[in-house]
Design a protein around this ligand. Structure first.
Ligand code: SF4
Ligand code: SF4
Length: 338
């Protein structure tokens, strides 16, 4: 392996707001449990913005509804990933793939870093981008994120990205914590920073709508965005059963249309929804052992699912959880293939 000086930030990692300060280069792990940056897979991808998408392994969240759970819960669930790759080689692959006929037919015009969460690999991605731009100066970059980076990391990301796709999971801390294990405040702060000062880079905010869990979060979220700037783009994604929420019902068409109406009523002018709707499922009952720790029904329900996946710490908060190095949610394998 070549010189890893460019990964110096990993020696006291504060790339995201968990701010674990562990030395990942010495094999220590924080909430994300990732040491060296690892690539999960890479492929041409037709979803807008069309791209050569690099999926990075590992995440700083433990979302109950994760659709990429075989990647995001790396390294604990043991699924194969490509692993650490020389940044120059990965850059070469990306630039080459974007120059192929299939890429041109697809109109793929950028490298799209996704995951997992790319923020936890920020110095590595920065290096890949540098290498790619040495090979092709005009290389465009999309950063697909859950928004839980520090302000410093956001500044760095804004320094090299062409576009950002930005997930918002919930407005209120307790729903966000119950669903992801992390609080919402830093995510809202960063979303506002982008909306106010880097609007040209925002591809869209994305809100996955999960029946009965974050339905009531939609109104405060769209009002929050409309207050920043009503022209900011928002796309609602219909939840489909996944990971710990493998038996929870998908979002229906009526709910998705209601979300768009809510967005428009709050003043948003660029709001839409996408995804498959109406997938069947059953809502789990609320677990009495966790309900006292949460006030809203959405948080209680999310926490009940987390409890079922053996999250024992409530209110859920992966930053302070004493079990975060042996978290059983990270090893959860759904019975139903999703
Ligand atoms: S969770 Fe965030 S701060 Fe902690 S080690 Fe991972 S990237 Fe670093
Ligand atoms: S057990 Fe701890 S680390 Fe795991 S999901 Fe629950 S709060 Fe987070």
């Amino acid at each position: 392996m070549k010189d890893l000086d460019f990964l110096e930030d990993l020696t006291a990692c504060e790339l995201c707001e968990h701010r674990c300060k562990v030395n990942r280069l010495n094999g220590k792990t924080g909430v994300c449990r990732v040491t060296l940056p690892a690539v999960a897979s890479a492929t041409l991808h037709p979803a807008p913005p069309e791209s050569y998408t690099v999926f990075m392994a590992g995440c700083n969240y433990k979302c109950l509804n994760c659709q990429n759970w075989t990647i995001s819960q790396y390294p604990d669930n043991g699924f194969d990933q490509r692993g650490y790759e020389d940044p120059e080689e990965l850059a070469r692959e990306c630039v080459k793939e974007l120059g192929t006929l299939p890429a041109q037919l697809m109109r793929a015009d950028r490298i799209f870093f996704s995951g997992g969460e790319p923020t936890i690999h920020l110095p590595y991605i920065t290096k890949v981008v540098e290498e790619a731009r040495q090979m092709n100066r005009g290389t465009r970059i999309n950063f697909d994120t859950n928004g839980f980076m520090t302000e410093r990391s956001l500044e760095r990301i804004l320094g090299f990205t062409t576009s950002i796709t930005y997930d918002l999971k919930a407005y209120h801390d307790e729903v966000h914590l119950a669903l992801t294990g992390a609080p919402s405040k830093p995510v809202l702060r960063n979303a506002e920073q982008i909306g106010r000062h880097a609007k040209d880079k925002l591809w869209e905010y994305r809100i996955t709508v999960i029946p009965e869990i974050n339905e009531n979060e939609v109104k405060p979220l769209v009002e929050f965005i409309a207050n920043i700037d009503p022209t900011l783009p928002v796309c609602f994604l219909a939840f489909r059963p996944n990971f710990v929420l493998e038996e929870h019902p998908g979002a229906g068409r009526v709910l998705m249309n209601r979300c768009v109406e809510m967005g428009m009523r709050s003043g948003l002018t660029n709001v839409s929804w996408s995804g498959n709707v109406g997938l069947p499922g059953t809502v789990m009952g609320i677990e009495s052992k966790v309900s006292e720790h949460y006030t809203s029904q959405g948080a209680q329900l999310a926490a009940s699912y987390a409890f079922h996946a053996r999250c024992q710490t409530h209110p859920r908060d992966c930053s302070t959880c004493t079990s975060n190095q042996a978290c059983e949610v990270k090893t959860y394998v759904p019975r139903i293939a999703t």
